[in-house]
Design a binder for this molecule. Structure first.
Ligand code: AHG
Length: 334
């Protein structure tokens, strides 16, 4: 096999910047910072079993969930790298109760704020299953030169300027979307750089896979149950049945479905009408990535990207996937 030369993440973002002559390079610097933080997280994830970083940190987050040691480590890496990079005005994390306003002269003059789930699927950490980091970037609505506020974060998903994820799997990849499209970069450990391996990702309009925690079937809305039944009975839109694939780590499930086609469902239940997933850290970024790759996402009633958020930690049902599978689901939910 010959060694091809792949463009690095930095080279790629600089090339994209050339398409916008007035661009300041701030977004490129932010992506570089997120790339740097995730390389550091990747190092810790890779040797987790050898260090005392598996298990619980000993606290619960604002959602009432046990915080893992690696959750905290990843959270601090992202927060610290983004603070010292001075290319964003503040951050908001699934693991923090409040937004973090950087409030120094350079940061206050930054155009962007970043939201992230530092380590999604963290209940899988102890068993060495694929986990990920998810991020979302908004342009501020408050004036430059002032500290950012909660209003900069509480924006509808369609206002994201970029969103992405890092998957710590059999290889480590960073995938991000802007209105120019979706591109995937594989970490080359020999040079410590993310390299463009999956240019212009397009989600196939159909797939063979559905991903859902079916143990909750009895508590799902009727339309969702009818749709799941149809997938197993031999769906009218496709010959044969589908395969169920569910890692319990949405980065893993959604990465596979993005590349191969498929649908992911995390509906509300009779007990938890809004489901489990967080709008700002999980639903919005993936809805944006899928939209830019040709797929669709909704909450059962409306496009995820049109939801007006009222709270940084709010939850939402999520249905996201290949365009035709989503349209089929919509006929059942209607
Ligand atoms: P956590 O980070 O607490 O492990 O949550 C993971 C999220 C998401 O990644 C995954 O798809 C979903 O929760 C799994 O939830 P269930 O266990 O309820 O299926």
């Amino acid at each position: 096999m010959t060694n091809k030369s792949f463009m690095t993440l930095d080279e790629f973002t600089i090339q994209q910047l050339r398409l916008f002559p007035g661009g300041t390079g701030e977004l490129s610097r932010l992506l570089r910072d997120i790339g740097l933080a995730s390389k550091r997280i990747n190092v810790e994830v890779n040797k987790a079993g050898l260090q005392d970083i598996i298990g619980n940190f000993g606290t619960t987050n604002i959602q009432g969930e046990e915080v893992k040691k690696l959750d905290m480590l990843a959270n601090n890496q992202l927060r610290n790298v983004l603070r010292s990079g001075m290319s964003c005005a503040g951050v908001c994390s699934e693991e923090e109760n409040e937004i973090i306003v950087f409030d120094d002269e350079l940061s206050n003059n930054s155009k962007y704020v970043v939201l992230f789930d530092p380590l999604d699927g963290s209940s899988n950490i102890d068993t060495n299953i694929t986990i990920g980091t998810i991020f979302s970037i908004f342009k501020r609505v408050t004036p430059l030169g002032t500290p950012c506020t909660i209003a900069d974060f509480l924006q509808e998903g369609h206002k994201q300027v970029a969103a992405g994820y890092v998957i710590y799997g059999s290889s480590t990849m960073l995938v991000y979307a802007t209105r120019l499209g979706v591109n995937g970069f594989t970490l080359d450990p020999s040079i410590g750089e993310f390299c463009l391996s999956h240019p212009e990702i397009a989600c196939p309009s159909e797939g063979n896979t559905y991903s859902v925690n079916e143990s909750n079937y009895a508590c799902f809305p009727e339309g969702v149950r009818a749709y799941l039944d149809s997938l197993k009975e031999g769906n009218r839109k496709k010959e044969g049945t589908y395969s169920l694939r569910y890692a319990g780590s949405m980065v893993a499930d959604l990465h596979r479905n993005l590349i191969k086609g498929g649908i992911f469902l995390y509906p509300g239940t009779t007990e938890k009408a809004s489901g489990k997933l967080r709008l700002m850290y999980e639903c919005n970024p993936f809805a944006y990535i899928y939209k830019m790759a040709g797929g669709k996402a909704n909450d059962g009633k409306q496009d995820i990207l049109n939801i007006v958020p009222l709270d940084i930690h709010e939850r939402s049902p999520l249905f996201v996937g290949s365009k035709e599978m989503m349209e089929d689901l919509e006929t059942f939910l209607a």
